[in-house]
Design a protein around this ligand. Structure first.
Ligand code: PNS
Length: 179
Protein backbone atom coordinates (compact mmCIF):
# COMPACT_ATOMS: atom_id res chain seq x y z
CA UNK A 1 0.00 0.00 0.00
CA UNK A 2 1.43 3.42 -0.91
CA UNK A 3 1.59 5.98 1.91
CA UNK A 4 -1.23 8.52 2.19
CA UNK A 5 -0.19 12.10 1.34
CA UNK A 6 -0.35 12.95 5.05
CA UNK A 7 1.92 10.02 5.98
CA UNK A 8 4.34 10.89 3.19
CA UNK A 9 4.72 14.39 4.67
CA UNK A 10 5.62 13.17 8.13
CA UNK A 11 9.21 14.17 8.77
CA UNK A 12 10.89 11.39 10.66
CA UNK A 13 14.31 11.66 12.25
CA UNK A 14 16.36 9.05 14.04
CA UNK A 15 18.27 9.87 17.20
CA UNK A 16 20.67 6.93 17.36
CA UNK A 17 23.06 6.13 20.16
CA UNK A 18 24.18 3.79 22.91
CA UNK A 19 22.23 5.58 25.68
CA UNK A 20 24.07 3.68 28.42
CA UNK A 21 22.29 5.37 30.12
CA UNK A 22 20.06 8.20 28.85
CA UNK A 23 21.21 11.56 30.24
CA UNK A 24 19.44 14.91 30.54
CA UNK A 25 21.66 16.05 27.68
CA UNK A 26 20.00 13.40 25.46
CA UNK A 27 16.56 14.42 26.77
CA UNK A 28 17.31 18.06 25.89
CA UNK A 29 18.32 17.07 22.34
CA UNK A 30 15.17 14.96 21.87
CA UNK A 31 13.03 17.88 23.03
CA UNK A 32 14.78 20.26 20.64
CA UNK A 33 14.42 17.73 17.83
CA UNK A 34 10.68 17.41 18.52
CA UNK A 35 10.29 21.07 17.60
CA UNK A 36 11.82 20.39 14.21
CA UNK A 37 10.56 16.91 13.30
CA UNK A 38 7.09 15.34 13.50
CA UNK A 39 8.40 11.97 14.62
CA UNK A 40 11.63 11.08 16.38
CA UNK A 41 12.75 7.51 16.80
CA UNK A 42 15.24 7.14 19.62
CA UNK A 43 17.22 4.20 18.25
CA UNK A 44 19.27 2.22 20.77
CA UNK A 45 22.16 0.49 19.05
CA UNK A 46 22.56 -3.19 19.88
CA UNK A 47 26.23 -4.08 20.41
CA UNK A 48 27.56 -0.51 20.06
CA UNK A 49 29.07 -0.74 23.55
CA UNK A 50 31.08 -3.89 24.18
CA UNK A 51 30.60 -3.84 27.95
CA UNK A 52 27.47 -1.81 28.67
CA UNK A 53 26.32 -1.20 32.23
CA UNK A 54 22.66 -1.60 31.23
CA UNK A 55 21.21 -4.22 28.90
CA UNK A 56 19.49 -2.97 25.75
CA UNK A 57 16.11 -3.86 27.29
CA UNK A 58 16.91 -1.85 30.43
CA UNK A 59 18.01 1.15 28.35
CA UNK A 60 14.87 0.99 26.19
CA UNK A 61 12.64 0.71 29.28
CA UNK A 62 14.23 3.81 30.87
CA UNK A 63 13.86 5.90 27.69
CA UNK A 64 10.24 4.71 27.22
CA UNK A 65 9.49 5.66 30.79
CA UNK A 66 10.88 9.19 30.34
CA UNK A 67 8.97 9.79 27.08
CA UNK A 68 5.82 7.80 27.90
CA UNK A 69 3.54 10.84 27.54
CA UNK A 70 5.26 12.36 24.50
CA UNK A 71 3.48 11.99 21.18
CA UNK A 72 5.92 11.81 18.30
CA UNK A 73 8.75 10.20 20.28
CA UNK A 74 9.23 6.46 19.78
CA UNK A 75 11.91 4.15 21.14
CA UNK A 76 13.35 1.23 19.22
CA UNK A 77 16.52 -0.85 18.83
CA UNK A 78 18.61 -1.52 15.78
CA UNK A 79 21.57 -3.58 14.73
CA UNK A 80 23.64 -3.45 11.58
CA UNK A 81 24.17 -0.30 9.57
CA UNK A 82 22.32 2.78 10.74
CA UNK A 83 21.62 3.90 7.16
CA UNK A 84 19.82 0.60 6.43
CA UNK A 85 17.70 0.98 9.56
CA UNK A 86 16.90 4.60 8.59
CA UNK A 87 15.71 3.42 5.18
CA UNK A 88 13.47 0.78 6.75
CA UNK A 89 11.91 3.38 9.06
CA UNK A 90 11.42 6.02 6.35
CA UNK A 91 13.66 8.49 8.21
CA UNK A 92 14.96 11.52 6.32
CA UNK A 93 17.40 12.71 8.97
CA UNK A 94 19.74 11.63 11.72
CA UNK A 95 19.97 13.79 14.81
CA UNK A 96 23.25 13.97 16.70
CA UNK A 97 24.12 16.18 19.63
CA UNK A 98 27.20 18.39 19.55
CA UNK A 99 28.31 19.42 23.02
CA UNK A 100 31.73 20.86 22.30
CA UNK A 101 34.37 21.12 19.59
CA UNK A 102 35.85 17.88 20.91
CA UNK A 103 32.75 16.01 19.65
CA UNK A 104 33.13 17.45 16.19
CA UNK A 105 35.77 15.25 14.56
CA UNK A 106 34.11 11.93 15.39
CA UNK A 107 30.67 13.28 14.49
CA UNK A 108 31.92 14.78 11.23
CA UNK A 109 33.48 11.46 10.20
CA UNK A 110 30.29 9.56 11.00
CA UNK A 111 28.10 12.10 9.20
CA UNK A 112 30.22 11.96 6.05
CA UNK A 113 30.42 8.16 6.08
CA UNK A 114 26.64 7.93 6.53
CA UNK A 115 26.17 10.41 3.69
CA UNK A 116 28.44 8.32 1.48
CA UNK A 117 26.29 5.28 2.29
CA UNK A 118 22.98 7.10 1.77
CA UNK A 119 22.89 10.47 0.05
CA UNK A 120 19.24 11.05 0.94
CA UNK A 121 19.83 10.97 4.68
CA UNK A 122 20.87 14.27 6.28
CA UNK A 123 22.68 14.48 9.60
CA UNK A 124 21.39 17.37 11.69
CA UNK A 125 23.47 18.53 14.65
CA UNK A 126 21.69 20.03 17.63
CA UNK A 127 23.39 21.68 20.59
CA UNK A 128 22.13 20.90 24.07
CA UNK A 129 21.75 23.56 26.73
CA UNK A 130 25.19 24.77 27.91
CA UNK A 131 24.57 23.19 31.30
CA UNK A 132 24.92 19.75 29.67
CA UNK A 133 28.17 20.52 27.84
CA UNK A 134 30.18 18.25 30.12
CA UNK A 135 27.50 15.56 30.56
CA UNK A 136 28.23 12.16 29.06
CA UNK A 137 26.91 8.68 29.80
CA UNK A 138 30.47 7.51 30.47
CA UNK A 139 31.17 10.18 33.09
CA UNK A 140 27.75 9.75 34.71
CA UNK A 141 28.41 6.03 35.19
CA UNK A 142 31.90 6.60 36.56
CA UNK A 143 30.87 9.35 38.97
CA UNK A 144 27.78 7.51 40.22
CA UNK A 145 29.53 4.17 40.70
CA UNK A 146 32.26 5.90 42.72
CA UNK A 147 29.66 7.47 45.01
CA UNK A 148 29.31 10.90 43.37
CA UNK A 149 26.15 12.92 42.93
CA UNK A 150 24.48 12.90 39.48
CA UNK A 151 20.99 14.24 40.23
CA UNK A 152 19.95 16.87 37.70
CA UNK A 153 22.16 15.27 35.07
CA UNK A 154 19.95 12.23 34.44
CA UNK A 155 16.16 11.73 34.63
CA UNK A 156 14.95 10.46 38.05
CA UNK A 157 14.09 7.03 36.60
CA UNK A 158 17.69 6.65 35.38
CA UNK A 159 19.02 7.66 38.79
CA UNK A 160 16.80 4.96 40.37
CA UNK A 161 18.11 2.37 37.94
CA UNK A 162 21.71 3.42 38.58
CA UNK A 163 21.05 2.88 42.27
CA UNK A 164 19.53 -0.56 41.60
CA UNK A 165 22.44 -1.48 39.35
CA UNK A 166 24.96 -0.41 41.99
CA UNK A 167 23.15 -2.51 44.60
CA UNK A 168 23.00 -5.57 42.33
CA UNK A 169 26.70 -5.26 41.44
CA UNK A 170 27.60 -5.01 45.13
CA UNK A 171 25.42 -8.00 45.97
CA UNK A 172 25.01 -10.13 42.84
CA UNK A 173 22.90 -12.71 44.73
CA UNK A 174 20.29 -10.16 45.83
CA UNK A 175 16.88 -11.23 44.59
CA UNK A 176 17.92 -14.81 43.76
CA UNK A 177 16.33 -17.68 45.67
CA UNK A 178 18.32 -20.19 47.71
CA UNK A 179 18.23 -23.73 46.27
O1 PNS B 1 26.02 7.06 21.47
P1 PNS B 1 27.11 6.67 20.53
O2 PNS B 1 27.87 5.46 21.09
O3 PNS B 1 28.02 7.81 20.17
O4 PNS B 1 26.40 6.19 19.17
C1 PNS B 1 27.16 5.70 18.10
C2 PNS B 1 26.22 5.03 17.05
C3 PNS B 1 25.46 3.90 17.69
C4 PNS B 1 25.24 6.03 16.51
C5 PNS B 1 27.14 4.50 15.90
O5 PNS B 1 28.13 3.68 16.42
C6 PNS B 1 26.35 3.75 14.84
O6 PNS B 1 25.69 4.35 14.03
N1 PNS B 1 26.41 2.40 14.88
C7 PNS B 1 25.68 1.56 13.95
C8 PNS B 1 26.61 0.89 12.93
C9 PNS B 1 26.93 1.86 11.79
O7 PNS B 1 26.09 2.23 11.00
N2 PNS B 1 28.20 2.26 11.75
C10 PNS B 1 28.69 3.21 10.77
C11 PNS B 1 28.52 4.65 11.29
S1 PNS B 1 29.29 5.79 10.22
Amino acid sequence: MSPTPAAANVHTALFPGSFDPLTNGHVDIIERGSRVFDRIIVAVAINAEKTPLFSVDERVAMIRDVFRDRRGVEVDTFSGLLVDYARRKGAHALIRGLRAVSDFEYEFQMALMNRRLNHDLETVFLMPDEKYTYTSSRLIKEVFMLGGEVSGLVPPTVEDQLRNKQASLRNPLAGTRKA
